[in-house]
Structures are given as structure tokens and as C-alpha cells.
Design a protein around this ligand. Structure first.
Ligand code: ADP
Length: 482
């Protein structure tokens, strides 16, 4: 029996009020670990530990913050194979994807180590004679982080690193499906020299741990990534709490990838395969709507189908696997439900969609491609969050653009074309926060802003130096030097 891994509260590793069992989706007989589940009282303790630790951390020097964040980065990067394997084992993305994600987390901490040294203010003349005006940024206080299971280390990293960089204290609530990566990251942070209580881990459910963070008056802000329905609840709770909380929401996507007649077919197929199916399609930036103009439609569908036939869907830890399993039974049920909805709506299930048997019991689903879909269908409007994409035929660029923008979401969008004219027009007119030309909709840099429009995002952007908009509050100070 392995030890039950604990929560981190006020610098102490403490037992929980229950146990979360972490199951490998590639092999449901494999228990990755057992994790102490925090309750309401422990979450409150974590919040008060963070509150107590906050003032000293808020006054810490940029050098201290640089040193701690840099140590975290070095530690993560030096263990990327081991942590990548843990991540792939508990979440189901392939080993190279898992290692890549861990490396990304390390790079994010390195970036924010540097940002700690770059925080400056402004000073200027007043409109009133003789007075001085200074504008500076200060940390918010205790920030609660509520994160999803699909990027178990990168998403926590892109919230925790800027929060600490700008002098906030953190209470981190990871998704229950991926406590292993959260625990490993927390251990690294705990060893970084950051004072006890500045960073706390509470593993537990949204309805208990999450809700306690949302209701507690000592939590100044919430950074959330997850579903639209939970995001809505979080927004309501943050506005209703006294004092109101600052909040930032990253939610779903229904991201379009346009393929124009003049596209390089190979590039277009690679963008579609990567964007729609890698990471088992479980990315908020996944290309789930493939909008293809008439002149290339049949060639594109044929080439994409050939490419799908060559994908290996298997245990995430096996060498050479392209697509790992779906994360759990409930997500698999959702994927299968949408496959039925698509067929019932009149789309053609052109390829895939079957459950697959592999050596070990797991949630294996053949990547699925719908054709003859319309943008009005539910499979084109609602986020499925699985390896399912729908091809929508468009007459020309103008119609493709209109279809791409006809969505409640606006996270990422892409176009495959060799025309500078259409590429430029699309960059200007796409109603998404992130636009890709001849690239998959998924896959972004960490030193520039990440976020969307419409129903995909709410509040300040994440990542890059834009992250400071959320993790700091601006102070304007006036002086009469006399
Ligand atoms: P997904 O299951 O796609 O990751 P969710 O929105 O259900 O999306 O979950 C994202 C995160 O939000 C998880 O950490 C989950 O535990 C948390 N969560 C779910 N419901 C609530 C809630 N009512 N209050 C606070 N957090 C919640």
C-alpha cells in the first residue's frame, strides 16, 4: 500500500477528511495514488494560513521572488521526464505530450522569475502645480486557484507563477482527477524557499473546497479555468461575496479551422489532426469545426481520413502512440452522447467513433470525423471536449469567415491558406482571442497573452506580462513635496 499523499496547509503536510483515488485512464486497474481530500474546515485553515503569510510575502524583494521562482523552474525542468510520465499516467495524454507540458510549466516559472525583476511603476507631474503623482502595482492578497484536469501542471503553473511573482498568497484547488501532478508541483514549490503559508494545496471537490474559496471573505480573487457552467457559478459567487472578489474565467471553445481552396493540403491536414485530435481533443483550444471551402473539400476529407487511419490510439505511456485514452468514464459518455447527437442531427459519421479494446482496460475511443455537418447542429455549437471534429462545407472565404464567427465562443481560430490577402483579412476579422495562420488552433507561446472573447473568457488575460493585470491592483499616490 502506498502512502496517502497529503495537503499542504501553512507549510505542513496534513491528512485530509477523505481519500481521492487517482485512476489511470489507460488502465483502470492501475491506481496512480491516493490523495487526502480536504474538507471545508481545512480549506478555511489554508485560507487563514495564506492570509497570515501574505503581508511578509507582499513586502519580499524582487530578488527573493526571483530566487524562489527560478528554483521551482529548475526543479521542474530537471524532473520533466518523471513528472511527464506521472502526468501522462493520470491524465491520459501521451508521454511526449506529458513531458512537453511539464517543460512548459518549468518555462513559465522561469519567465515569471524574470518578471519579478521587471515590475516598475510610473511617476509624473500632477495637473495641479507642484504635486507629484505615482502609479504603482500591489498584490491582491489571497488568490484562490480552481483548475481543470486537462492541463494538470501547465494551467496551475500559469496561475501560480504570476500570483507568487507579484506578491500574492495562493490557495490551489486542482481538479480531483489529477491530484498527482498537483501534489508533485506543490512539493517543488514547498521546497523553493517560499515562506510557509504563502502557497497552499487543498485537493477536493468543487462543491466543498471550491465553494469555500468562493464564499470566504479573505479570498481576494479567483482565477478559474474549466467549463462554462461552473464559470458562471463562479462569477455569481464572486459578485455576491462581501467584499466582491476579482475574478478571471477561462472556459470553453468551439474553435474553427478554415481550410481554403488555395491551402497547402499537407499543412491543412496536419493542422486539423494536431488541433482536433492530439491530447485526445481535450483542449479548450481544440479545432472542433473544420470549415472547408468547396474546391478542396473532398481532397481534404480524403487526406485527413487517410491520416486518421494511421493514428495509433493506445496506452498513453506506450512509445509511438499518437492519441491516448479519454480521461474518464463520464467524459467518454459525453463524447459518445455527442456522436449520437451528430448522427441524429443528420451529419455523416465519416470515420471513427468506435470504442476500442486494448491490452489494458481503458477509455479508448477512435478519433471521429463528421462530414456534411452544418453550423447550426449541436455538434458545431457545443463543446464536446473529445476527439471529435466536424467538417462544415463553405462556398468561399466570405462564407467560411461568417461561419467561423457564428459561435457563442471565441477562444482560438485558424486558417490554412497561401493567400496573404485572406490571411491578413482573417487576422483582422476573426472574433477570437487567438488567431493562427497555417498553424493548429491549439499550441501557444507562454510569453504572450492567452485568452478569448465572447463565452470563452471573462476578465484579464493570462500569461506573459499581461498576467499582471489580474494579479496586481493599481495604486495612485499623490504627494505635495511642500
Ligand atoms: P471540467 O470538468 O471540464 O474540468 P469543471 O468546470 O467541472 O470543468 O471543473 C473545473 C474546476 O472547477 C475543477 O477544479 C472543479 O472541481 C471546479 N468546480 C466544479 N464545480 C465547482 C463549484 N460549484 N464551485 C467551485 N469550483 C467548482
Amino acid at each position: 500500500m502506498t502512502a496517502i499523499l497529503k495537503n499542504l496547509i501553512g507549510g505542513e503536510w496534513v491528512d485530509g477528511a477523505g481519500i481521492t483515488r487517482n485512476i489511470n485512464p489507460s488502465n483502470t486497474n492501475d491506481v496512480v495514488g491516493e490523495y487526502a481530500r480536504a474538507d471545508k474546515a481545512q480549506t478555511e485553515k489554508a485560507i487563514s494560513a495564506a492570509k497570515a503569510a501574505f503581508p511578509a510575502w507582499a513586502r519580499s524583494t524582487p530578488q527573493e521572488r526571483y530566487d524562489a521562482l527560478n528554483r521551482i523552474s529548475i526543479d521542474i525542468l530537471s524532473r520533466k521526464e518523471e513528472l511527464g510520465k506521472l502526468l501522462a499516467r493520470e491524465e491520459g495524454k501521451t508521454l511526449p505530450e506529458g513531458i512537453g507540458e511539464v517543460a512548459r510549466a518549468g518555462q513559465i516559472f522561469a519567465f515569471f522569475a524574470g518578471e519579478a525583476l521587471r515590475l516598475t511603476g510610473e511617476k509624473g507631474p500632477s495637473v495641479r502645480p507642484g504635486l507629484e503623482v505615482e502609479i504603482s502595482r500591489e498584490p491582491l492578497g489571497v488568490v484562490g486557484m480552481i483548475t481543470p484536469w486537462n492541463f494538470p501542471i501547465a494551467i496551475p503553473a500559469w496561475k501560480i507563477a504570476p500570483a507568487l511573482c507579484y506578491g500574492n498568497a495562493v490557495v490551489f484547488k486542482p481538479a480531483e482527477l489529477v491530484p498527482g501532478s498537483a501534489h508533485a508541483l506543490s512539493e517543488i514549490i514547498a521546497r523553493s524557499g517560499i515562506p510557509a503559508g504563502v502557497f497552499n494545496l487543498v485537493v477536493g471537490s468543487g462543491s466543498v473546497v471550491g465553494q469555500t474559496l468562493l464564499e470566504h471573505p479573505d479570498v481576494a480573487a479567483i482565477s478559474f479555468t474549466g467549463s462554462v457552467s461552473t464559470g458562471r457559478k463562479i462569477a455569481q459567487a464572486c459578485v455576491l461575496s462581501t467584499p466582491m472578489k476579482k475574478f478571471q474565467l477561462e472556459m470553453g471553445g468551439k474553435n474553427p479551422l478554415i481550410v481554403l481552396d488555395d491551402a497547402d493540403l499537407k499543412v491543412a491536414v496536419e493542422c486539423a489532426v494536431n488541433g482536433a485530435y492530439f491530447s485526445t481533443g481535450q483542449r479548450c483550444t481544440a479545432s472542433s469545426r473544420l470549415i472547408v471551402t468547396a474546391g478542396i473539400h473532398d481532397r481534404f476529407v480524403e487526406a485527413l481520413t487517410e491520416r486518421l487511419k494511421g493514428l495509433s490510439v493506445d496506452d498513453a505511456l506506450k512509445a509511438g502512440v499518437h492519441v491516448g485514452p479519454v480521461v474518464d468514464q463520464s467524459q467518454l459518455d459525453q463524447d459518445l452522447r455527442y456522436l449520437k447527437i451528430g448522427k441524429d442531427e443528420g451529419a455523416k459519421l465519416h470515420w471513427g467513433g468506435e470504442l476500442l479494446n486494448r491490452e489494458t482496460p481503458g477509455y479508448y475511443l477512435q478519433p471521429a470525423l463528421f462530414t456534411e455537418a452544418s453550423n447550426a447542429m449541436r455538434i458545431a455549437r457545443e463543446e464536446i471536449f473529445g476527439p471529435v471534429a466536424a467538417v462544415i462545407r463553405a462556398k468561399n472565404y466570405e462564407e467560411a469567415l461568417a461561419i467561423a464567427n457564428d459561435t457563442d465562443f471565441g477562444l482560438a481560430s485558424g486558417i490554412c491558406t497561401t493567400s496573404l490577402k485572406y490571411a491578413s483579412h482573417y487576422k483582422r476579422n476573426s472574433e477570437a482571442g487567438m488567431v493562427m495562420v497555417n498553424l493548429p488552433t491549439a499550441g501557444v507561446d507562454y510569453h504572450v497573452p492567452f485568452g478569448g472573447r465572447k463565452g470563452s473568457s471573462y476578465g484579464a488575460r493570462e500569461q506573459g506580462s499581461y498576467a499582471r493585470e489580474f494579479y496586481t491592483t493599481v495604486k495612485t499616490a499623490y504627494t505635495n513635496p511642500g
